[in-house]
Design a binder for this molecule. Structure first.
Ligand SMILES: Nc1nc2c(ncn2[C@@H]2O[C@H](COP(=O)(O)OP(=O)(O)OP(=O)(O)O)[C@@H](O)[C@H]2O)c(=O)[nH]1
Ligand SMILES: [Mg+2]
Length: 309
């Protein structure tokens, strides 16, 4: 991978890296794309890398963190981002309030479902700079990162990683996580509805429509037939996955431990992603239902988390 002239943006999805100047954004890009720590100079404007993952090319956009760039180009790139990497230098306690302010500005600009990874960078300096270095707890509190789980923001997948762009610690993990979400985001939007059916109780215990269409679909003869058929087919000792092509949509049914998970999707959803999602859902449904904790909110969360893992 080589650096391209500024502004050379390819067709395809973009992941944008933000954070104050000196946070270590460009060092992170170098570490991830080349596996080494290179000397950097402050980024003027932005740099774009093209990275290829699973046959898809992404723009990895490294923005300049200095104030003039924050005031001018950040908003545009935040709005176009399919995913955001926010880098914070844990030894930059002096400017933490400034970083917090910009972090929340960025969140407000994002598309509502863009995943966000927060990289608490320079953890290699924890011992050396004991006084200045912020702990993970301090960072979470100061940035009020728990707010991201509130309804208003919870369409965003969110994760924090403590990393060192210098040594490479956790760099792969953080990058894999964000790109995994970005790759999976298309599949997620193809889900039209999820329904959990208890075979024992012979009834639907949870329905989660993601689109209006589902309200008509649920009374569809063929869908009812599929459910009935799968109840008959159900075998206690085995989990099964069935796939049915319908006219306008497709239906996947995963059966396990007395439950059916039915997922209605667009025609071109990817079998494997749907399989992983339905498995994730049913692996926790049993316990939660017994505890009375099976809620649509929870189900939404599982679906969000199971894409691109
Ligand atoms: N010890 C240590 N130093 C780091 C780490 N990451 C970056 N640095 C150093 O921090 C300084 C700033 O790094 P850059 O990657 O240029 O920072 P940036 O966020 O791209 O800054 P701008 O381009 O100005 O926005 C450089 O001297 C890096 O060597 C890290 O994980 N550990
Ligand atoms: Mg830079």
């Amino acid at each position: 991978m080589s650096r391209k002239p500024i502004g050379w943006l390819r067709k395809g999805k973009s992941v944008v890296i933000m954070g104050l100047d000196y946070a270590g954004k460009s060092t992170l890009v170098n570490q991830w794309t080349k596996g080494v720590m290179e000397k950097t100079v402050t980024t003027i404007g932005l740099d774009i890398e093209h990275v290829e993952i699973q046959g898809e090319t992404f723009n990895l956009i490294d923005l300049g963190g200095q104030q003039p760039f924050r005031l001018t180009i950040w908003k545009t790139y935040a709005q176009m981002a399919q995913g955001i990497i926010f880098v914070f230098d844990i030894t930059d306690k002096r400017r933490v309030e400034e970083a917090v302010e910009w972090f929340w500005k960025v969140i407000e600009w994002l598309r509502e479902d863009a995943p966000i990874v927060f990289c608490a960078n320079k953890i290699d300096l924890r011992d050396e700079k004991k006084k200045e270095a912020m702990s993970l707890e301090e960072i979470i509190n100061t940035f009020q990162l728990d707010k991201l789980s509130q309804e208003e923001f919870n369409q965003h997948s969110f994760r924090i990683f403590e990393i060192s762009a210098k040594t490479g610690e956790n760099v792969q993990e953080a990058m894999q996580w964000i790109f995994g979400r970005v790759i999976g985001s298309d599949e997620k939007s193809k889900i039209k509805a999820v329904q959990i059916y208890s075979i024992e109780k012979n009834k639907s215990i949870l329905e989660l429509p993601f689109s209006e269409e589902f309200n008509e679909m649920r009374y569809d003869e063929s869908l009812i037939e599929i459910i009935d058929y799968n109840i008959k087919l159900y075998n206690k000792s085995q989990s099964t996955m069935q796939y049915y092509e319908q006219n306008k949509y497709d239906v996947y049914i995963f059966a396990q431990k007395g439950y059916l998970c039915l997922i209605v999707t667009d025609k071109d959803a990817e079998y494997n992603s749907i399989r992983i999602t339905s498995q994730s859902i049913l692996s926790v449904v049993d316990v939660l239902e017994q505890e009375g904790n099976l809620t649509p909110e929870f189900l939404k969360w599982v679906i969000k988390e199971s894409f691109g893992a």
